[in-house]
Design a binder for this molecule. Structure first.
Ligand SMILES: Cc1cc2nc3c(=O)[nH]c(=O)nc-3n(C[C@H](O)[C@H](O)[C@H](O)COP(=O)(O)OP(=O)(O)OC[C@H]3O[C@@H](n4cnc5c(N)ncnc54)[C@H](O)[C@@H]3O)c2cc1C
Ligand SMILES: NC(=O)c1ccc[n+]([C@@H]2O[C@H](COP(=O)([O-])OP(=O)(O)OC[C@H]3O[C@@H](n4cnc5c(N)ncnc54)[C@H](O)[C@@H]3O)[C@@H](O)[C@H]2O)c1
Length: 466
């Protein structure tokens, strides 16, 4: 069995390495930043840890309504340095756990950078490795190479982050204190999550949204419900507004919008998307196809056009989620090592936006249905009729369910609620197992529970005009 070389140690790379090691392959992972990659060290894990602190603050909202006198939100103070050091500590610990797991599995882990070398014209691929400890560069000949190099925050030439006032989401944890007034530029998932968390922590937030609503790629009812919550809690949201430039002023930042308006703040957070880390890998010289935007083109089993060279994760731009990256990486190794493997299925991938409330979704989308691409019946059930939601003070949220008009099969759903990420699983399971709304409706749920609204939505979809 040949040697496997994996460039990048994020979820795509490390999960692939674990599969390959389990199949007794000789595996080397080369990673520039640390085990777990950007996901663990600067993106997903730090942001969710930060949001966990903001959730604690949210717990003090409206306590009087429950008969608990905690002094209200005004009595809560948050220690930014303590929050940031917890974020960094947890990220480092998670990275160390992954490193230990890889070593235990027999994977060789190299700290450094790698790129494809000259074509050896044989059955191997040469990978050039530059160790980060200053040791001499060397080459490894591999039978299979997996490129799993992830992505990096997109930088606008007119709004260059300086790490002090103009920030990427990777730099916020180095601030000595929270911003007084944060202008978040970009209202995709990243922008919405940070805007939500900072708002909860008591920061003045202005969200610059280039479209007519926040989170344009999410379910419109859900995105609008969350936008209403943001506004009701005091966030200023500028719709249909594009930032043309961000500059430092004496006391903070000035964000100039494309229409000439200027928004002042103490800090700006740039959340305008990511670009794939594929520029320095020698791909073009090696003949690996790269799509416009720098993304690697792969098929359902993660193969590029060059035999033996696979790619997985954010560098492929397929669906930039840690869960998908990990599955793409595993599939690549199962395929490369001759295991029976089904191609990646994206249809039933669940996703969650960790705002307050959260937004979880799976399966067909409202836009698929509205455009006529998918035939579906749907029901949207507000949580204000749910007993558990009333008891726990949930004011905003709903469950939406889609089913096939003919068979009644569950095609997808959306949940807006606190901890929606934990509530979407029954919908995913129903979808994946081809359950009908009748079958879902017959499941006896806990009373009282928010998940009871999922089966109630299914009950409502049982009865319909032929
Ligand atoms: C703010 C934020 C929050 C997110 N939250 C979530 C979430 O809650 N849930 C979720 O599912 N997804 C989330 N995501 C998406 C998730 O982080 C990515 O989908 C995931 O990190 C992709 O994993 P990956 O392995 O492809 O790449 P990465 O995690 O980016 O890892 C790639 C690694 O390769 C290294 N590398 C690059 N080039 C080289 C080279 N030449 N040599 C060696 N190493 C190299 C990089 O330094 C990096 O460490 C979030 C993203 C962002 C930006
Ligand atoms: N909870 C999660 O799972 C999670 C969290 C964060 C990111 N992600 C993943 O990362 C992906 C990318 O999300 P993202 O939010 O980082 O990027 P994105 O590309 O989805 O959103 C960036 C937004 O910024 C806007 N924008 C660009 N230039 C602008 C300008 N000059 N002024 C104002 N707005 C501007 C874009 O129109 C876009 O809406 C998501 O689709 C998701 O898959 C997942």
């Amino acid at each position: 069995m040949g040697r496997i070389v994996i460039i990048g140690g994020g979820p795509a790379g490390y999960e692939a390495a674990l599969v390959a090691a389990q199949l007794n392959a000789e595996v080397t992972v080369i990673e520039a930043e640390g085990a777990g990659g950007a996901c663990v060290l600067s993106d997903c894990v730090p942001s969710k840890t930060f949001i966990a602190s903001s959730d604690v603050v949210t717990g003090y909202r409206d306590t009087e309504e429950f008969g608990v006198n905690a002094g209200g939100l005004a009595a809560v103070s948050v220690d930014a340095e303590a929050v940031h050091s917890r974020v960094k500590r947890l990220a480092r610990a998670q990275s160390a756990d992954i490193h230990a797991k890889l070593i235990k599995a027999g994977v060789t882990f190299v700290s450094g950078t790698a790129r494809l070398g000259a074509d050896t014209l044989g059955h191997t691929h040469r990978v050039e490795v530059t160790p980060s400890d200053g040791d001499r560069a060397y080459a490894i000949d591999a039978s299979t190479v997996l490129i799993a190099t992830g992505a990096t925050p997109r930088i606008l030439a007119t709004a260059r982050p300086d790490g002090e006032r103009i920030l990427t989401w990777r730099q916020v944890y180095d601030l000595p204190e929270f911003p007084e007034h944060l202008v978040v530029i970009g209202s995709g998932v990243t922008g919405a999550e940070f805007a939500s968390a900072y708002l909860a922590m008591g920061v003045n937030v202005t969200l610059v949204s280039s479209r007519d609503r926040v989170m344009p790629h999410e379910d419109p009812d859900a995105a609008m419900a969350i936008e209403r919550v943001f506004r009701s809690r005091g966030m200023s949201i500028l719709n249909n507004s594009r930032a043309a430039s961000v500059e430092r002023t004496a006391s903070g930042v000035a964000v100039t919008l494309a229409d000439g308006r200027v928004v002042e703040g103490s800090h700006a957070l740039m959340a305008v998307g990511s670009v794939p880390n594929t520029g320095d890998l020698g791909l073009a010289e090696y003949g690996v196809d790269v799509a416009p935007g720098g993304y690697l083109t792969v098929d359902g089993v993660s193969r590029t056009n060059v035999p033996g060279v696979y790619a997985a994760g954010d560098c492929t731009g397929l669906l930039p989620l840690a869960s998908v990256a990990a599955m793409q990486g595993r599939i690549a190794m199962w395929h490369a090592l001759g295991e029976a493997v089904a191609p990646l299925r994206l249809k039933s991938v669940a996703a969650n936006v960790f705002t307050d409330p959260e937004l979880a979704s799976v399966g067909v989308s409202q836009s698929d249905v509205d455009s006529g691409e998918v035939m579906a019946r749907s029901v949207m059930l507000s949580l204000d009729g749910n007993a558990r939601a009333k008891m726990t003070g949930i004011q905003d949220g709903f469950v939406k369910l889609f089913c096939s008009p003919a068979s009644g099969r569950v095609l997808g759903g959306v949940v807006v609620a606190p901890k929606a990420s934990e509530l979407i699983l029954p919908v995913s399971m129903a979808m994946d197992n081809h359950l009908t709304v009748d079958q879902l409706a017959h499941i006896v749920t806990i009373y009282p529970s928010v998940s009871g609204s999922i089966t109630e939505a299914a009950r409502q979809l049982m009865h319909h005009e032929p």
